[in-house]
Design a protein around this ligand. Structure first.
Ligand code: NAD
Length: 478
């Protein structure tokens, strides 16, 4: 059996492993359905203890110098880099993505810790000129307080790293409830923080029944900030719970990214970028290109070429050499793909390639291309979050923009074109928090990441990501 991380909760500086008598759940390998490990759940009393420890630790951490905080985050990143091989295996085992993608994600997670370590040292205030001499207006920032943060299974290291690094760098303490389906990567991050000398209570990790944990943590008076990445449906519930506080929220919810491929696009580069980018993490990416609108003069050629690329994609265990697409992360996603395909067929769409499960063990689904659908098909209205690529034609820029904006989600949007006019149309008129023009590379530690509309609010990454954990205080001094 390949080494998988030893799982545990992490509360007030102590790791707590599963033992007899404790409620726990199995963690499954999506490539074969086997059990990787047993994950302990936190009891209500332990969640209370985690909140109390976060509140105690906050009193010290908020006054710890940014330089000292920076050193701890940097050391944690260095430890993760040293442990990289083991971390990649753990991520691939629990989530399914190929090892090369796991390495890319862990590297990104380390870079986030390093970037926040530095940016935390540059949380500047402002002096506003006053209306009379001798009166000073100082704009200060202060950490919001203990934060409860919730992360999903598609990026088991990146999403916890974003919330932990920004919160800790800003001077907040953080209780993380990571996905119970991919807990090992989160355990590795808190272990690295622990080994790097993070004081007890500053970062904690809990697992349990998601709705029970989130209700208890968000209701706790000491918790001042809530950050969630996941579906819009769950985001709505957590916002309602946070409204009782009221508590500040950052919501990074589902997307349904439009891709506009104009007639003047750099054709070969566009096909290559999209044929590989769409199937990264088997399409289980909130900014994954989802709804493909292609200029009518190109659509037949584009569809044929994409199908050729897709036919060559090697699907298999993420641990196997040569696999470029692993299994879906859980069986719910496979069932969802079957629902999208059935709807497409019922509406007269053509399954150009794929459309079926792959093999007879694990959560594999074939990379799929569908043509001949209208806007009311599920693939054009609901987030698919999987390896299905639907294509439809457009004739004018107006039509392309209208199709792009036809859903309530607004996370990412993409356009491929060589003309300034089309680029400007996409840049200014596609209603999303992020726009990629001739690129899918829109996520870096130093740039803001977030959506509008049903995709949520607030940003992670960039200076905006730190601001999300800071309150503004005005001091007027006479
Ligand atoms: P889901 O809506 O049940 O869960 C989404 C995530 O939220 C999971 O990680 C889950 O553990 C967590 N969660 C669920 N209920 C919660 C609660 N009450 N409190 C706190 N956390 C809770 O669905 P799912 O089957 O895991 O995923 C389905 C859809 O979610 C996908 O189709 C996609 O649209 C969306 N999703 C988005 C992202 C993202 O990166 N934005 C990540 C994962 C899933």
């Amino acid at each position: 059996m390949t080494a998988y991380t030893t799982l545990g909760l992490y509360i007030d500086g102590r790791f707590i492993e599963a033992d007899e008598g404790r409620v726990s759940e199995p963690v499954l390998d999506p490539a074969n359905g086997g059990t990787l490990a047993t994950l302990p759940h936190a009891t209500r009393a332990e969640l209370e203890e985690a909140v109390a420890a976060a509140a105690r630790a906050f009193a010290r951490w908020r006054t710890t110098s940014p330089l000292e905080r920076s050193g701890i985050l940097r050391r944690a990143a260095a430890l993760l880099r040293e442990r990289m091989d083991r971390l990649c295996t753990t991520m691939t085992l629990e989530q399914g993505k190929p090892l090369a993608e796991a390495r890319g994600e862990w590297t990104h997670a380390c870079e986030i810790l390093e970037w926040c370590a530095e940016e935390g040292r540059r949380v500047y205030g402002r002096i506003v000129p006053s209306r009379s001499f001798g009166l000073e207006h100082l704009v200060l920032t202060e950490p919001v307080g203990p934060a409860a943060v919730f992360t999903p299974w598609n990026f088991p290291a990146l999403t916890p790293a974003r919330k932990l690094a920004a919160g800790l760098a800003a001077g907040c303490t953080v209780i993380l409830k990571a996905s119970e389906e991919t807990p090992g990567s989160a355990v590795e991050i808190v272990r690295a923080l622990h080994d790097a000398g993070l004081p007890a209570g500053c970062a904690q990790l809990v697992f349990g029944v998601p709705s029970e944990v989130s209700e208890q943590l968000i209701a706790a008076p000491a918790i001042r900030k809530v950050s969630f990445t996941g579906s819009t449906a769950v985001g709505r519930k957590l916002m309602k719970l946070a409204a009782e506080g009221p508590k500040r929220t950052t919501m990074e919810l589902g997307g349904n990214a439009p891709v506009l491929i104009f007639a003047d696009a750099d054709y070969d580069r566009t096909v290559k970028t999209l044929a590989t980018g769409k199937f990264r993490n088997a399409g289980q990416v909130c900014v994954s290109p989802a709804r493909f609108f292609v200029h009518e003069s190109l659509i037949d050629r584009f569809t044929d070429d994409i199908v050729r690329h897709v036919e060559a994609l090697q699907v298999g265990s993420g641990l196997a050499e040569g696999s470029v697409m692993g299994p879906l992360a859980n069986s719910r996603r496979v069932e969802a793909m079957e629902r999208f395909v059935a709807d497409a067929e019922a509406r007269g769409g053509t399954i150009r390639v794929g459309g079926l499960r792959h093999g007879n063990a694990g959560n594999f689904f074939r990379p799929t291309v569908v043509s001949g659908l209208e806007g009311d098909a599920l693939l054009f209205s609901e987030e698919c979050f999987g390896p299905i690529l639907p294509v439809a034609p457009f004739a004018t820029v107006e039509e392309a923009i209208a199709k792009a904006n036809a859903v309530a989600a607004g996370l990412a949007g993409y356009a491929f074109t060589s003309s300034i006019e089309n680029a400007q149309a996409a840049m200014h008129r596609v209603r999303t928090g992020m726009v990629g023009i001739n690129t899918l590379a829109i996520s870096t530690p130093e740039t803001p990441f977030g959506g509008v509309g049903e995709s949520g609010h607030g940003s992670e990454g960039g200076v905006e990501g730190l601001q999300a954990y800071l309150d503004t205080k005005l001091v007027s001094l006479a």
